[in-house]
Structure formats: structure tokens, C-alpha cells
Design a protein around this ligand. Structure first.
Ligand code: DGL
Length: 271
């Protein structure tokens, strides 16, 4: 593989593979290197400073592997690093999963009333709220923290009555909020989008941050003339904990088999 030929992306664990799945669909020629910080997942309950320092470590690691763009696929990491924090350090395009989702949400909303489902960390950071009102000052944003959804999806209970019950509970406030747009602000939630759609009013539009992020990656590659014509892409997976665990769980998120996963723990620790 040529140097600086890959899309680099990272997440706290397997969840970001929902973003990678969409990127693979849109950009089947692109090679991708994915980092899952499985030793330190979940990020959703950690402090902002901790997440920023993890994100920087991972970004440097990926840069050393020769990437041409960096995708922050984790909503919690992207919200901690909001305000272009990583873009200021690196001289390659940095794409945060948050911005394209926000852009889409403000385009589709008519009433300006937007709900955001996310982890506690993302909600607490206020990043979605700030970015939405920056683009649409008259918007009213209703963040809903859904801490139980990540473990349920990781248990693959995406079609389970217990999950439906919890989804219903989290979505209860929507009755009063009267939103017309619902943003899925967490890597895991696209796998619940059918269930969520079934529980909300038909008039509410769902914005899936994995899909909007992939569209933005495609756009940025074009803008910076970084597309590749390569017909056979390479996919590399690195994790900070047990590679086999990631390989087995990751396939569910990615939608197809993962063959090899590298452990990067030595490189990260030695930084
Ligand atoms: N990847 C995280 C996100 O998108 C969810 C998992 C975690 O809490 O680390 O917010």
C-alpha cells in the first residue's frame, strides 16, 4: 500500500464500524485503517480531558501508519474534541462524525425542533447542542442520554423486547418535545434505527450520523483530490485489547467478516 493512501478512523471500540460500513459502501476503492480503543471503552461515561488525551494518542498512532484523512467515528470522542481541536494539530483533513450529522439535521428540520440521542458524555459536552444552534440559531435542541443502548447493542439485542422497552422509555419525552427531526448521535444507534423508527411518529425524520459521516468523507476526498482509483482496497484493524474479541464482535457492526485484527497496545503504551 502506498504511503498516506488510507482513510484512518477511530472509535472507542467496535461501534465506529457502523461508520466504516457506510464508508465502505460509498467508497469501495478506498483502503481503511480502523482503530478501536477496546481496552478503554466505553468513552461515554469518561471525562472530557481523558477522552481528548486518548483521542490524540490514537490520532498520532494512525498518522504514523500513513493516513490521508482522519475520521473521528466516535460521537463521544468527537464531542470532546469539538472546536476543531484535532484539526489544529494535524495537517490532514479531520472529519468529525458530529458536523455532517448536524448539517443534515438543520437542512431537514422545518420546525427547528431537533432531538439528539447520545451517550451521557456526548450530551454533557453540549457539542451537538452548540453546533446545531451555531448553524440554526432559532433551533431548539432536546438531548436525550441513552446509556443503556450501547451495552444492549453490544449484546446484539437489536431486535429484543427488552431493548424495545428501553427504547420506548428513552423516547417518551418526545411526546412533549414535538420535534420533527431525531438525530442518532452514537455509533451504536444506527443498528437500532428500525426499532426507533417504529416507535416514533412517521413525520419525524431520523438523521443517522454514520451515514452522514460517510457522505462527508466522500466529499472531503473529492475536495482535496485524495480519491484513489485502486480496485482492491486493504482494510486494517487495530485494537488496544484482545484482537479476537474485536474480530468476532466487530463483524456484527461492520456487516461482513473481519479476517485479521492487530493489537497495538505496545505502540500506544510506548508513546
Ligand atoms: N462510540 C461511542 C459513541 O459514539 C459509544 C460507545 C462508548 O461510550 O464508548 O458515542
Amino acid at each position: 500500500m502506498d504511503n498516506k493512501d488510507k482513510i484512518g478512523m477511530f472509535d472507542s471500540g467496535v461501534g465506529g464500524l457502523t461508520v466504516m460500513r457506510q464508508v465502505q459502501k460509498l467508497l469501495p476503492n478506498e483502503s481503511i485503517i480502523y482503530f478501536g480503543d477496546t481496552a478503554r471503552v466505553p468513552y461515554g461515561e469518561k471525562s472530557r480531558d481523558t477522552i481528548i488525551s486518548y483521542s490524540k494518542e490514537i490520532a498520532f498512532f494512525l498518522l504514523e501508519q500513513g493516513i490521508k484523512v482522519l475520521v473521528i467515528a466516535c460521537n463521544t470522542a468527537a464531542s470532546a474534541c469539538s472546536g476543531n481541536r484535532l484539526q489544529q494539530i494535524f495537517n490532514i483533513p479531520v472529519i468529525s462524525v458530529i458536523d455532517p450529522a448536524v448539517q443534515r439535521a438543520v437542512e431537514v428540520t422545518k420546525s427547528g425542533r431537533i432531538a439528539v440521542l447520545a451517550t451521557r458524555g456526548t450530551v454533557k459536552s453540549g457539542a451537538y447542542q452548540q453546533e446545531i444552534t451555531k448553524r440554526l440559531p432559532q433551533a431548539t435542541v432536546f438531548p436525550i442520554a441513552c446509556p443503556l443502548l450501547v451495552p444492549l447493542v453490544e449484546e446484539r439485542m437489536v431486535d429484543h423486547p427488552a431493548t424495545r422497552l428501553i427504547v420506548k422509555e428513552y423516547l417518551k419525552p418526545l411526546r412533549d418535545y414535538n420535534v420533527d427531526t431525531l438525530l442518532l448521535g452514537c455509533t451504536h444507534y444506527p443498528l437500532l434505527s428500525e426499532m426507533i423508527q417504529a416507535e416514533i411518529d412517521d413525520q419525524i425524520t431520523i438523521v443517522d450520523s454514520a451515514t452522514t459521516c460517510a457522505i462527508e468523507v466522500q466529499k472531503q476526498l473529492l475536495i482535496h483530490q485524495l480519491n484513489t482509483e485502486k480496485t482492491k482496497p486493504d482494510y486494517h484493524f487495530y485494537v488496544s485489547d484482545d484482537p479476537e474479541n474485536f474480530r468476532l464482535n466487530g463483524q456484527f457492526f461492520l456487516g461482513h467478516p473481519i479476517h485479521k485484527v492487530h493489537s497495538s497496545i505496545e505502540q500506544l503504551i510506548s508513546r
